[in-house]
Design a protein around this ligand. Structure first.
Ligand SMILES: Nc1ncnc2c1ncn2[C@@H]1O[C@H](COP(=O)(O)OP(=O)(O)O)[C@@H](O)[C@H]1O
Ligand SMILES: [Mg+2]
Length: 439
């Protein structure tokens, strides 16, 4: 590890640290090549998709307007990369009047108003339309004028990435309706919409008026990559990103194999390889080894757990806290869903204004936590007493304590240090009242 420890007196010397760092072995040549925003010169295993999209969009080379179309596929299947790659290729082959490309990530530019403002501001090259304030139909009118004045007789591609997020929002279908029919109100410019969706079920959420303009072409479906395909993608990127001879044999295959297990997401595979490189660097290793990949994978798993727990609703966080406390104070005994119900309601009663939940709701949360891999829940038959779930925490206790202790309401009410009544041997709870046991 990079440290600068003298005797037993540890004091961090930042100058020494940086000098050591610069003297240390060099792992990366171009770290950026592993970032999701990097557009590679070739996209292995996407020939079919590229061919189909090239076919649909080729007429733009002659200034004609291509039909609107959709791309579908799970995250990390190369949809965004493929469209960006194609936009560069079209620009390279266009001699006159190259098409415009306006790229909108609906996860970031997330309201109909902001989408219109974003298109307008991108065309003029400055922030002309304020983030809020104007009526939508006025911006739409201004936008139509701008298309004809500025883009004139060229084609303008409007790429709506992560379109599924827009469709689920209020006014999403209406803005799509407007954007897919801009040409009806344009004199010179011609627009073409490319929708990119992470969800295959997008069509179900689309208004039939929008569907009819978006499915003029067969949608392009991007399939998840298998381990071999991911390995090919990683080899190409690793050649740009790492110094020669730095990657130990087996590392790429391992990264590809691990990422393939999680629905063949190229972004995850690249992230794993980058983290493995960074782990090697921090350990001052000359090579990226398989052990660095395993370490990196553990870090990523931890990050996901933390992120997931933070994003859960408070009641689910409390259900998890109940499992945590039952494990902490009662390690040797089994935990049933009934115990979790008791402890959850005990905890909820300590937070003013929070509702207590029914058995059924708690049971739903238990299922969700199990699906997320945070707990293990096995149904067991209890003979005459019916069936119950036996629950176990599936995440390291220490990590759980660290994450839960950062949730404000859990922290302010000091819930992690609270011993639930169920576990206070001398007390019993009857309909929200706590009594001391007589025996
Ligand atoms: N066939 C491929 N060849 C090279 N890199 C790829 C390929 N497919 C995906 N990638 C890379 O994987 C990452 C995720 O791809 P992306 O296009 O963002 O996926 P999606 O938009 O489907 O979620 C990006 O860094 C991208 O460059
Ligand atoms: Mg994408």
């Amino acid at each position: 590890m990079l440290t600068n420890q003298d005797n037993n007196n540890y004091s961090f010397n930042i100058d020494k640290f940086y000098k050591n760092y610069l003297k240390g072995p060099k792992i990366f040549r171009n770290r950026e090549a592993l970032e999701p925003s990097f557009i590679p010169n070739e996209l292995p295993h996407r020939d079919n998709e590229i061919e189909k999209i090239a076919g649909i969009t080729a007429c733009a080379l002659n200034g004609d307007v291509p039909p609107n179309f959709l791309c579908y596929g799970m995250t990390g299947t190369g949809k965004t990369a493929t469209i960006r790659y194609l936009s560069q290729k079209i620009a390279q082959h266009c001699t006159a009047n190259p098409p415009w490309w306006i790229y909108i990530n609906c996860n970031i530019v997330s309201t109909p108003y902001r989408i219109l403002a974003h298109i307008y501001n991108t065309i003029v090259g400055k922030e002309k339309i304020p983030p809020t304030g104007l009526p939508k139909d006025i911006i739409l009118k201004k936008l139509l004028g701008l298309f004809d004045q500025t883009i004139k007789e060229s084609v303008c591609f409007l790429v709506l990435d992560e379109i599924d997020i827009l469709v689920e929002k209020k006014g999403g279908n209406e803005i799509l309706y407007n954007l897919t029919r801009l040409n009806e109100n344009l004199d010179l410019c011609r627009t073409s919409v490319i929708g990119i969706s992470n969800k295959l079920k997008l069509m179900q959420f689309l208004d039939s008026r929008v569907t009819s303009t978006l499915d003029e072409e067969e949608p392009i479906v991007f399939h998840p990559y298998n381990a071999n395909e991911l390995a090919d993608i990683l080899y190409l990127r690793a050649n740009i990103a790492f110094d020669e001879g730095v990657i130990e044999e087996g590392v790429i295959k391992l990264c590809a194999g691990l990422a393939a297990r999680e629905h063949g997401d190229a972004r995850k595979a690249l992230q794993l390889l980058r983290k493995a490189g960074e782990t090697a660097e921090r350990n001052q290793s000359r090579k990226v080894l398989e052990q660095h990949v395993h370490k990196a994978q553990k870090e990523i798993d931890k990050d996901h757990i933390v992120e997931y727990i933070f994003s859960m609703p408070l009641q689910a966080q409390l259900t998890l806290t109940a499992v945590y406390l039952l494990t902490k104070y009662n390690a040797d005994n089994v935990i049933t869903s009934g115990d979790i119900y008791e402890v959850h309601n005990d905890l909820a009663s300590r937070i003013p204004g929070l509702k207590q939940l029914t058995h059924r709701r708690i049971s739903d949360y238990i299922n969700e936590l199990a699906l997320a891999g945070l707990i293990n829940a096995n149904t067991k038959s209890m003979g005459h007493y019916g069936r119950t779930k036996i629950i176990k925490l599936d995440v390291d206790n220490e990590l759980m304590e660290r994450v839960l202790s950062r949730i404000t309401r859990i922290k302010t009410h000091d819930l992690l240090n609270y011993k639930p009544i169920l576990l206070q041997g001398d007390k019993v709870r009857v309909k929200n009242n706590v009594f001391k046991k007589l025996l």
